[in-house]
Design a protein around this ligand. Structure first.
Ligand SMILES: [Zn+2]
Length: 316
């Protein structure tokens, strides 16, 4: 198997501050998509060894991480959440055979540019390392820090357990699946939004929301099937999408765009109706604030993408 490329988590715009969470469990407080999945949890063939490396225990980012998240519980929950969304299981006692044989996950907290990335060890791809920037941790508004950390960890943990067609899958699809799991897990930054501009495989939440559209349209397990389809062999776009959906991904992307437009028109109509009926000023004001936050967030994220391109940190 060719070496697995590192996958990058782009810097995310500081989100609209929210009240701090009362507890230190990993229950997301910003849940826009929830699941009521009652299936038995998929089990890997063996429980991975979890490691933690702190390069500078005195850094504010490291101490904030340790005080906000309860280890190792939070990593166990993170892995369980990822496997739940990516894999199916037929019984409670048989390990799911399609889960990659990941043997260890090392979380490395250190000072570095950007947010986080995940890589496989050169000698053995079954050992994964998640690098998380302590500088980034310090930069997150404290009211959002815990949810953001859980979201970034969820995204990076997907890279430790997903398939990538032996390294031939489009980087945008790999990143989209990671953000789809983050979306499904409820750790959604306030600036995320559905959009169908550009290419379907632009990655991150752009592709993640497209995958969510496919999951809703074609049924529960659709994205699991996409991940499973990347388990073996080389990715061939036409065959990959045609076999699963009976049409090309470009067609699905166009239909996704149409569905978003239709939804926008319906919501626009409802907004107008609400205003005409004299709905409360408070609700309108909140909506305006939310929208302006989203726009700011998107712009900053676009700048971040350009920054990453300039520094040569491409993940494709
Ligand atoms: Zn990633």
């Amino acid at each position: 198997m060719p070496p697995t490329p590192p996958y990058f988590q782009l810097p995310m715009t500081p989100a609209v501050p929210k009240p701090p969470s009362a507890s230190h469990t990993s229950t997301p407080s910003n849940t826009t998509t929830t699941t009521t999945d009652q299936r038995p949890l998929p089990q890997p063939a063996r429980k991975p060894l979890l490691r933690l490396q702190l390069h500078d225990l005195s850094s504010p980012g490291a101490s904030s991480f340790l005080s906000l998240l309860s280890l190792p519980t939070c990593l166990d929950e993170c892995i369980a959440g990822v496997l739940q969304h990516l894999y199916s299981t037929s019984t409670t006692t048989t390990p799911s055979t399609s889960i990659p044989p990941t043997r260890s996950v090392s979380l490395v907290l250190r000072s570095m540019p950007g947010v986080a990335f995940t890589r496989s060890l050169d000698l053995d791809a079954d050992h994964k390392e998640i690098h998380l920037s302590t500088d980034y941790i310090s930069s997150i508004p404290s009211s959002r820090r815990r949810d953001e950390l859980l979201g970034v960890l969820r995204h990076e943990m997907v890279h430790c357990w997903q398939w990538n067609a032996c390294g031939s899958a489009p980087g945008g699809l790999v990143e989209g699946i990671a953000d789809w799991v983050r979306l499904r897990s409820g750790f959604v930054p306030p600036h995320w939004k559905r959009e169908a501009d550009g290419d379907w495989d632009a990655g991150y939440q752009h592709t993640g929301y497209f995958l969510e559209y496919l999951e809703e349209r074609f049924g529960e397990g659709t994205v699991r099937g996409i991940n499973e389809g990347l388990r073996e062999g080389k990715y061939e776009e036409k065959a990959f999408w045609g076999e699963r959906f009976g049409c090309g991904v470009a067609e699905l992307w166009t239909e996704y765009g149409k569905s978003l437009k239709k939804k926008e028109e319906e919501e626009g109509g409802n907004d107008k109706e609400g205003k005409d009926k004299g709905d409360g000023d408070r609700g309108d004001g909140e909506e305006t604030n939310r929208k302006s936050g989203v726009e700011n967030g998107t712009k900053k994220e676009e700048e971040a993408v350009q920054e990453e391109g300039k520094s040569g940190g491409s993940h494709r």
